[in-house]
Design a binder for this molecule. Structure first.
Ligand code: NCD
Length: 322
């Protein structure tokens, strides 16, 4: 077993099962602590957490802020406009500034895939990837897994249908890695234009004979046998050209409503990372159905997972170990 603590959280790909399980266990404890209304403000006292968001965010940024504060860290949030400046250059300049400020934990979101990795090489702080381009969004996959675990009691053996704009989704990528690592089967469901061509070649087929990732271009087939239906936002801002006809047309074929949900198992959970486009990829009738939708609980688990990540990385922090 790897006993040396990890210094950054950049991607689910490359993590070990024991690292993931340890984070999920700790996050479950934090979920219970949060529900009890208690905090642990001594844990990160003296630590500085900087949220560096080059892209818009509501849930992720506020939940990292809350997580840091509940653990007693000094928390600072910076929203940075990327505009016309060369992105690589901005990042490296920012890294130098942050080093000078002696920040311990750096949460970064950027439109460039690989931005968090780049920063991790240049700053002394522990870097947490809060979404880099279309690459990964590891804490989202962890909070999704925690939400599923709380309802289903396991991940292994479940079938999770991830539907919609897979091609532009860092959430989908992180989830595919995490869910297959924990022995779930993943169905990717969407129109051919929104399924990445590299699906087969990325090594997302885990195991010799049992393919863990299968692609479907039809909701009825893709949702059949699903224990979880995870809907994704249409990420228009990442599309180079129009890949779908109209929102109405899209909803007709790919939008999750009560009728299409019937294709899944009767106890299937409905999930969405947010922000939702109601009437495009999901209908309010299922999004707000307390019997099926765990979308609000995903947000709640987001705080718990981020507390677990901050706690774990802070304990491995180089600066404080000296
Ligand atoms: C996601 C993101 O930014 O990658 N949102 C989130 O973090 N909850 C998904 C999205 O933008 O659609």
């Amino acid at each position: 077993m790897n006993t040396r603590p990890r210094q950054h959280l950049l991607a689910i790909e490359g993590m070990t099962v024991s690292e993931v399980v340890a984070l999920l266990d700790l996050a479950e404890n934090y979920a219970l602590l949060n529900r009890s209304g208690k905090t642990q403000r001594d844990l990160l006292r003296g630590y500085t957490l900087i949220n560096l968001f080059f892209e818009a965010s509501t849930r992720t940024r506020t939940s990292f802020e809350l997580a840091g504060k509940r653990l007693g860290a000094d928390v600072l949030s910076m929203s940075v406009a990327t505009s016309s400046i060369n992105k690589g250059e901005t990042l490296l300049d920012t890294a130098a500034t942050l080093n000078a400020m002696h920040c311990d934990l750096l949460v970064v979101r950027h439109s460039l895939s690989g931005a968090a990795n780049l920063l991790a090489q240049k700053v002394e702080a522990s870097v947490i990837n809060a979404g880099d381009g279309t690459h990964e969004h590891p804490t989202q996959a962890l909070l999704d897994a925690l939400t599923i675990l709380r309802h289903k009691g396991r991940i292994a053996g479940l079938t999770v249908a991830i539907c919609g704009d897979i091609a532009h989704s860092r959430v989908a990528r992180s989830n595919i890695h995490l869910l297959t690592m924990l022995d779930a089967t993943v169905h990717l469901v969407g129109p051919p234009t929104l399924i990445p061509s590299e699906v087969e070649s990325l090594g997302w087929r885990n195991g010799q004979n049992a393919p863990r990732v299968a692609v479907f271009h039809d909701m009825a087939q893709g949702l059949a046998g699903a224990d979880v239906v995870m809907m994704l936002r249409m990420q228009i801002e990442r599309m180079q050209r129009s890949l779908v006809p109209s929102a109405r047309e899209y909803f007709r074929f790919w939008g999750l409503d009560k009728e299409k949900l019937r294709y899944a198992r009767p106890d299937a959970l409905v999930m969405h990372p947010g922000p939702m486009n109601r009437g495009v990829e999901i209908d309010s009738g299922v999004a707000d159905d307390p019997q099926r939708s765990v979308i609000k609980e995903q947000v709640e688990m987001g705080v718990a997972v981020r507390m677990a990540v901050l706690d774990t990385l802070a304990r491995a922090s180089v600066r404080h170990a000296r």
